[in-house]
Design a protein around this ligand. Structure first.
Ligand SMILES: Cc1cc2nc3c(=O)[nH]c(=O)nc-3n(C[C@H](O)[C@H](O)[C@H](O)COP(=O)(O)O)c2cc1C
Length: 367
């Protein structure tokens, strides 16, 4: 299949994936209104085209911490990517290595953090879910250090896992629980079932055996500012805090000494009535001034969306579902097509706006 845009990838994923898996990836908190509202706000942002600026020589490359990324977007951490496609994790990691962009490795990733570090040639960032129980964190941090991770992303917007009715209705569980309805679902999607289940059902690859168990749905409500300060003390590498929407929280994070903040509503998967993440990005950038590193994810589906996030103050952007859908639709080929589409769309948007680089984007490009 040929992917020309986000909707092509999503449609392909919907066709291939069992309903349970599609609903896990596509789903959001509540009735999905929060996710839709953020999308609508992103859509409603209008850009201001400029003409006759000679934009022949342009580049979408950006500097991120101390390296140059060929693309202005990376991979958001996602649990259980291998549900989309058996080689999803590896394909994402290798794509990240090729374009020198970060790939988020979830605490609940379906390939081990060690494999992801190797496949991505050092581009992997480990995403940590932390509860109040510091003991559970130390072994993971030690493994990250041993595997050469330089950047830790602490996700703070999941004190409790959001209620996602589409997931709940399908009986989605990690690890898998196979009941009659799942059996029927998988039987109706034989191509996926033969490709994925035949290779062994995807697991929480960072756990099991000597590494203990992890409950994806466990409460993390005990996490607090003290815990974050402890992590800051223990982790010598770069520390990014993901899942921030509030200006006061952002200011406090700067004072705790984090290296960057990732403005995110978790793709609308946590709080249905949440403030739109793209609005929060604008507000937080205004509050923190132009220099503090701010990343953005949630609802990015096109190169124009990428440009909008940069114009509103993002220094880097992360993508979730769009990449997952592309992998589900057509594996590695689908991923490459989608990344190429997003690259071209971003590049063409720069040309339309009369600018030649991502760092030239700002308020003046908004209509
Ligand atoms: C299937 C799926 C699994 C996810 N798992 C995690 C996770 O384990 N840790 C995390 O911090 N965020 C997780 N997220 C949230 C993403 O990192 C990101 O915030 C979100 O997908 C961005 O929105 P988008 O999908 O609209 O691009 C997940 C998102 C999806 C779609």
């Amino acid at each position: 299949m040929t992917i020309h845009c986000f909707e092509d990838a999503r449609r392909g994923a919907r066709r291939r994936l069992p309903w349970m898996v599609f609903d896990y990836i596509d789903g959001a908190a509540g009735d999905g209104q929060g996710e839709a509202s953020n999308r609508q706000t992103l859509r409603d942002i209008r850009l201001m085209p400029r003409v006759l600026n000679n934009v022949m020589q342009r580049s979408v490359a950006v500097n991120l911490f101390d390296q140059q990324c060929e693309l202005p977007f990376g991979v958001a951490p996602m649990g259980m990517c291998r549900l989309a496609n058996p080689m999803a994790d590896r394909a994402l990691a290798e794509m990240a290595a090729r374009h020198k962009v970060p790939v988020g490795v979830s605490t609940v990733s379906s390939s081990s953090l060690e494999d992801m570090a190797k496949w991505s040639e050092g581009q992997a960032w480990f995403q940590l879910y932390c509860s109040g129980n510091q003991g559970g964190i130390d072994p993971l941090l030690a493994r990250c250090k041993a595997a050469g991770y330089e950047t830790l992303v602490v996700t703070v917007d999941v004190p409790e896992v959001g209620r996602r009715p589409r997931e709940l209705r399908r009986g989605f569980k990690m690890p898998f629980k196979m009941g009659p309805s799942q059996f029927f679902d998988f039987a109706c999607h034989p191509r996926w079932s033969l490709g994925t289940l035949a290779k062994g059902a995807p697991k929480l690859a960072n756990f099991g055996g000597v590494h203990g168990e992890f409950d994806r749905t466990a409460s993390r409500a005990g996490a607090d500012w003290t815990l974050l300060s402890e992590i800051r003390e223990k982790w010598q590498g770069r520390l990014v805090v993901k899942g921030v929407l509030n200006v006061e929280d952002a200011k406090k994070l700067v004072s705790v000494g984090v290296d960057a903040i990732q403005v995110s509503s978790h793709g609308g998967r946590q709080l249905n009535s949440s403030l739109d993440a793209i609005t929060a990005l604008r507000d937080i950038r205004a509050a923190l001034g132009p220099d503090f590193p701010l990343f953005y994810d949630s609802g990015i589906q096109s190169g124009e969306d990428v440009a909008k996030a940069y114009a509103l103050g993002a220094d880097f952007v992360f993508l979730g579902r769009v990449l997952s859908f592309a992998l589900a639709a057509d594996g590695r080929r689908g991923l490459h097509q989608m990344v190429d589409v997003l690259h071209r769309e971003t590049d063409i948007t720069l040309a339309q706006l009369g600018v030649t680089s991502m760092d030239a984007l700002g308020q003046s490009n908004l209509a």
